[in-house]
Ligand binder design. Structure first.
Ligand SMILES: Cc1cc2nc3c(=O)[nH]c(=O)nc-3n(C[C@H](O)[C@H](O)[C@H](O)COP(=O)(O)OP(=O)(O)OC[C@H]3O[C@@H](n4cnc5c(N)ncnc54)[C@H](O)[C@@H]3O)c2cc1C
Length: 411
């Protein structure tokens, strides 16, 4: 039987594993390796920080969810991909080293949160990017008495997209930040949380970005609306701020510029996964992401697919794009293995719902201008808040099987 090995078990890895099984059934033996026993629903982590969910409520238990659909699960950390020998090395929690071979590989281990690039992170850094960070931030917000808060994103160590994959040029470009959606969402959620606690008047908020301004991956018109919302709320805005250090009461950028921050809430720098350093070098571009063709096949090793944040083409790094790339990759695999399957084309779009659950509305963004398109929707409404809730419930109900995601995103 053909062996498919999937590295990573969140949006991209789960979609790849479930889709492969759905399309290929008994023709394929699917094994997924992930370094945590659960898949945490990342878009719900800001909600954990403001206390409307707990991290445990947003975790899919991989050891029960995957075998239920005929997929083998290994809890382990991938340390090396040998694309020339079709082998992967990984380490079990006991530190025992293991090897797995494959006929086809899906690399879906995402990007790494490069916290080591920020001096002072261990002492003063806060984030919502993983359950443990979101839970710790919730505690700090619960104990907040007033002062200065800075919210913004770290630098994206993306490289220069060299060599480029074989896909239309407009599909990927160099971005200022890997994903500023969570920052925008927190700029709605944190003030709402503080208002509820009667602490908003005692707090000064600064929003910062490493880019020319925030959200440079959506239309100028939408950005102007966001900036006027920030201005009306009395926030300071600081752009071109490439975060280097977090201190007790301020953050510092590469040029020495500072922002007052008793609490710094950061989307850490994104960079290549640690396993890249030991792996076959020409599988990756100069930033450590994988260049592929239009069907997500590596340009150098065609039996390797790259999906989600690990693929060079997904910019910004979005769950919506992660799910799409995996669907496309597994449709391609099904056709290769003799199961005629309708092949979807990659259609990049910034799709994001910035939720504000404490005030009962969300802003839904559907924007293609970053890719040369003309769609530029940024729509605030109570219905969009309900959409985000349904998106969360759908992920949890299906154990992360986002088969209907493209329909959800086009509501
Ligand atoms: C706070 C936050 C909110 C977000 N909200 C949204 C949103 O509302 N909508 C949206 O579209 N996108 C959102 N995103 C972006 C989205 O979460 C990511 O783009 C998406 O998670 C990428 O999926 P992925 O599977 O490619 O990578 P990841 O989510 O990074 O998953 C990689 C998986 O591989 C595992 N892994 C990593 N290294 C190894 C290794 N060496 N060995 C084994 N396993 C490994 C990880 O534990 C993880 O389970 C958000 C991001 C953040 C940080």
């Amino acid at each position: 039987m053909t062996k498919l090995l999937v590295l990573g078990g969140r949006f991209a890895g789960l979609t790849a594993a479930y889709t492969a099984k759905r399309l290929l059934g008994d023709k394929i033996d699917v094994t997924l390796i992930n370094n945590t026993p659960y898949a945490a629903f990342r878009p719900g982590m800001p909600h954990v920080a403001i206390g409307v969910s707990t991290a445990e409520e947003l975790e899919v238990d991989l050891a029960t969810a995957l075998p239920a659909k005929g997929i083998k699960f290994i809890l382990g950390t991938v340390t090396k991909i040998d694309a020339k020998k079709n082998k992967v090395e990984y380490e079990l929690p006991s530190k025992e080293k293991k090897e797995a071979s494959y006929d086809y590989l899906v690399v879906a281990f995402g990007a790494k949160l490069g916290i080591e690039h920020i001096k002072g992170w261990e002492e003063y850094g806060n984030s919502v990017c993983e359950p443990q960070y979101a839970t710790a931030l919730h505690e700090k917000l619960e104990n907040w008495k007033g002062g200065n808060i800075a919210i913004g994103s770290g630098v994206f160590y993306q490289g220069t997209l060299t060599p480029r994959g074989k896909y239309p040029k407009n599909w990927a470009s160099v971005a200022d930040s890997a994903c500023e959606g969570p920052i925008f969402e927190l700029s709605l959620m944190v003030p709402a949380f503080l208002k509820k606690k009667g602490l908003l008047d005692k707090t000064h908020i600064t929003i910062f970005s490493p880019g020319e301004e925030i959200l440079t991956d959506i239309a100028k018109e939408s950005r102007s609306v966001v900036k006027s919302l920030f201005a009306q709320a009395g926030f300071d805005m600081v752009w071109n701020f490439k975060l280097k250090e977090i201190k007790k009461d301020e953050i510092v950028d590469e040029s020495g510029k500072t922002i007052k921050a008793d609490l710094a809430i950061i989307l850490p720098p994104y960079e290549k996964n640690d396993a890249v350093a030991n792996s076959t070098p020409d599988l990756f571009d100069d930033g450590g992401f994988i260049p592929t063709d239009e069907h997500m096949r590596s340009v150098t090793y065609p039996n390797v697919y790259a999906c989600g944040d690990a693929n060079q083409v997904t910019v910004p790094k979005l769950g919506f794009l992660a799910v799409q790339t995996s669907r496309i990759a597994m449709e391609d695999l099904a056709n290769r293995l003799g199961v005629p399957t309708k092949q979807e084309e990659y259609a990049p779009e910034v799709v994001c719902i910035a939720d504000n659950p404490l005030e009962g509305f969300a802003i839904a963004v559907n924007d293609t201008t970053f890719y040369g398109g003309d769609e530029k929707i940024a729509q605030p409404s109570p219905t969009n808040h309900i959409k985000k809730e349904l998106f969360t419930k759908y992920f949890m109900w299906t154990n992360g099987d986002m088969a209907l995601d493209k329909y959800l995103a086009s509501w």
